[in-house]
Design a protein around this ligand. Structure first.
Ligand SMILES: C[S@@+](CC[C@H](N)C(=O)[O-])C[C@H]1O[C@@H](n2cnc3c(N)ncnc32)[C@H](O)[C@@H]1O
Length: 262
């Protein structure tokens, strides 16, 4: 066996131990990474065996074909969330009333709003909020690296509390807030529990604590337009009184809802 094959085998074994299912792709990525970066392979393998996600080790993740800087203050963007960009783009295109403002609540790495700006004309007021200043700092870096110019207004605030919008603005609220019911969260893999921020995932007892609060804030601010939420499919029933349009993810699960705000 030549040296490179031996190394690849070693990496694959570590990934297998940690329960990865896309072993060949990640192993190839790790091998390429070690050829251009100073982090030694044995350290990477130790960290992988310790259940640390590869995205946190290399401090980046991919979303809608862009590379986002990450650290343990930011959730690793999930492939399901990419669909939210398509839902938003379709709604922007179809809406008889033109939207003025797009607000990404709980922006994390900024993956949703930055992707939307990148894939759309730059013709809306873009806002992004997070409770974590550390996450906002990373999102701002991603804005700089991916968009090359500051177009998003970032606010460290509780949901949309500090966002001021002129009356009459027509808004699209995008939110992928913590939505996993606490009991379910506690049973997640060690790679999630030990490394990803609990404040990004634990949605309280019923999984909709943050969405309930956000809807109260939307009502108090008399915001008109629409809200697109990513949800835990098992919580869909709780949103039914709002007559949401339900959109499935790529695995056929009821992952997104679109609610009209009037
Ligand atoms: C599920 S993560 C989503 C991150 C990113 N939008 C994405 O899709 O990958 C939820 C985000 O909401 C933020 N968050 C939690 N509670 C919040 C609150 N009360 N107000 C604003 N953001 C909050 C977390 O810090 C985290 O960045």
């Amino acid at each position: 066996m030549n040296n490179e094959l031996q190394i690849l085998f070693q990496i694959q074994e570590a990934l297998k131990t940690s329960g990865y299912n896309d072993i060949s792709r990640v192993a190839k990525d790790i091998l390429e990474y070690t050829q251009n970066n100073p982090l030694p392979l044995d350290i990477i393998i130790e960290r992988i065996k310790n259940n640390e996600p590869w995205e946190y080790i290399k401090e980046q993740g991919e979303f809608r074909n862009n590379i986002f800087k990450l650290n343990t203050n930011t959730l690793i963007p999930r492939i399901e969330t990419e669909i939210m960009i398509d839902i938003a783009k379709q709604e922007l295109l179809k809406s008889p009333t033109p939207y003025t403002d797009i607000i990404d609540v709980g922006t994390g790495s900024g993956c949703i709003i930055i992707s939307l700006v990148k894939e759309n004309e730059n013709k809306y007021n873009f806002h992004a909020t997070d409770i974590s200043q550390e996450a906002i700092n990373i999102a701002k870096e991603n804005e700089k690296n991916i968009l090359n110019e500051p177009v998003i207004q970032f606010s460290q605030t509780d949901l949309i509390e500090d966002i001021a919008l002129p009356k009459g603005n027509f808004c699209m609220i995008l939110a992928n807030l913590p939505y996993i019911p606490t009991q379910q969260y506690l049973g997640l893999d060690k790679s999630v529990i030990d490394f990803e921020p609990r404040t990004a995932l634990d949605g309280g007892e019923n999984g909709i604590t943050y969405y309930e609060k956000l809807l109260e804030q939307i009502e108090a601010k008399s915001i008109k337009g629409c809200a697109i939420f990513e949800i835990e499919p098992s919580t869909l029933e709780l949103f039914k009184p709002l007559y949401p349009k339900v959109i499935k993810d790529q695995y056929g699960k009821d992952r997104f809802i679109l609610i009209r705000l009037s």
